[in-house]
Design a binder for this molecule. Structure first.
Ligand code: MG
Length: 400
């Protein structure tokens, strides 16, 4: 691809693809890089950020110390980027933008996955004194991802944050409540919060990352779930999407079993989902008659998606994972401990802010400073801090 994002050989991007030459720009104007388009530059900034490196030690579903082969936020983000790029290329959307969004989409996640986020949200919401915090009440990982790239990374001489393009930032903020959108809009008019108020759609690249995220975690949670022993392949045959591809894998490779059968089943399922999205999205784009990025936004509804049949199949898989993996007693047990770690840390820092080892300037409120600090932690740092501040060793593993 050339600097302006055109594919070689005359196969250009679609007219409705995001175009770095027409980016809505950065919060702080900068001169263009000589060899990279603005979306490539965004991707590179994300990869070199501190928050990105921390993803290695942050939980996806299984706690980071439970096994070396489970997905972490880092490997999850790489898988989302891979699926996203494949989809973008076939739909002639901008691969670099998809990659930048995918690599940044989980930067705001707390330690311990959703358990950490839920606990931090609850303790933040309980802080009535902070009701007037311009950052809003509570804690939400999507907003935090935006906060990481806009404010919390501090490595450039002239500005806070990574100063990414509007298009990457828009993709990072994939969900937002109306209240938070209005708050963002008050801080920066006509910025990434506006679409949640105006009910316009984000770029196709942003839409694509959302779906790539879902495809990636459903597939890798099946893999990690079986690896952990908490679910087994027999049980998974109750999920039509798995049963269909397991059967096809066995037909094509008689006698296939164990990990190879699981891997082949997941591979076939991923391929079917990717092709489904490609075909359905292209037909939705054609039917909507969109020709430009402006048309995509004005359309208001997502054009990237599964066919209704694949949507139903994906939902059934998700429901299986909820019932049998995410709510498995052994996962719940760890989740309860992880929540307590976050709550205890919050209270310890609230009682003694000097216990935080940070040079970051104070945020909009004392508790927001604490939330930023906790959200930035890796699983193992949080466990270590918890042991230091409470004297309790909550997880049984060596912290050396
Ligand atoms: Mg994700």
């Amino acid at each position: 691809m050339t600097v302006d994002g055109r594919l070689p050989g005359g196969l250009g991007l679609a007219t409705y693809a995001s175009d770095p030459a027409h980016s809505r720009g950065r919060l702080y104007p900068q001169t263009a890089a000589p060899t990279r388009n603005p979306f490539q530059r965004d991707r590179d900034r994300v990869i070199h950020s501190t928050a990105f490196r921390r993803l290695v030690y942050k939980t996806q579903v299984f706690l980071n110390h439970e096994g070396d082969l489970f997905r972490t936020r880092m490997t999850h983000s790489l898988e989302v980027a891979q699926l996203g790029r494949s989809l973008a290329r076939s739909l002639r959307l901008h691969e670099d933008l998809v990659e930048a969004i995918a690599l940044a989409h989980d930067l705001g996640h707390t330690p311990f996955g959703h358990a950490g986020q839920d606990a931090l949200n609850e303790v933040m919401r309980a802080q009535r004194a902070d009701a007037a915090d311009p950052e809003g009440a509570g804690f939400e990982h999507n907003l935090q991802s935006l906060r990481v790239v806009d404010t919390l990374e501090r490595c450039y001489p002239d500005f806070d944050g990574l100063n990414l393009t509007f298009e990457t930032r828009e993709g990072v903020l994939k969900h937002c409540s109306l209240r938070n959108a209005q708050r963002l809009e008050a801080l920066r008019p006509n910025d990434v919060g506006a679409r949640f108020i105006e009910k316009t759609a984000p770029s196709l690249e942003a839409q694509l990352c959302n779906l790539a995220d879902e495809i990636a975690y459903n597939a890798h949670d099946v893999d990690d779930g079986v690896r952990s022993g908490l679910i087994d392949f027999e049980q998974l045959q109750a999920v039509p999407l798995i049963a269909e591809h397991a059967e096809a894998a066995c037909r094509a490779h008689p006698g296939l079993s164990g990990r190879r059968l699981l891997a082949e089943t997941i591979r076939r399922m991923l391929t079917a989902q990717v092709y489904d999205v490609m075909r359905h999205t292209q037909s939705q784009i054609n039917a909507a008659g969109v020709e430009t990025v402006a048309d995509v936004r004005a359309h208001g509804r997502d054009l990237v998606g599964f066919t209704p049949d694949m949507r139903a199949a994906s939902t059934a898989l998700k429901q299986f994972l909820f019932a049998n993996l995410y709510r498995h007693p052994q996962v719940s047990e760890k989740t309860t401990i992880a929540r307590q770690v976050v709550v205890d840390l919050f209270h310890a820092y609230r009682d003694d802010p000097r216990a935080m080892d940070t040079t970051a300037p104070a945020a909009s409120s004392p508790t927001r400073t604490i939330a930023d600090y906790i959200a930035g932690m890796t699983d193992r740092f949080a466990i270590r801090e918890h042991a230091r501040l409470t004297g309790q060793q909550v997880f049984e593993f060596a912290l050396s």
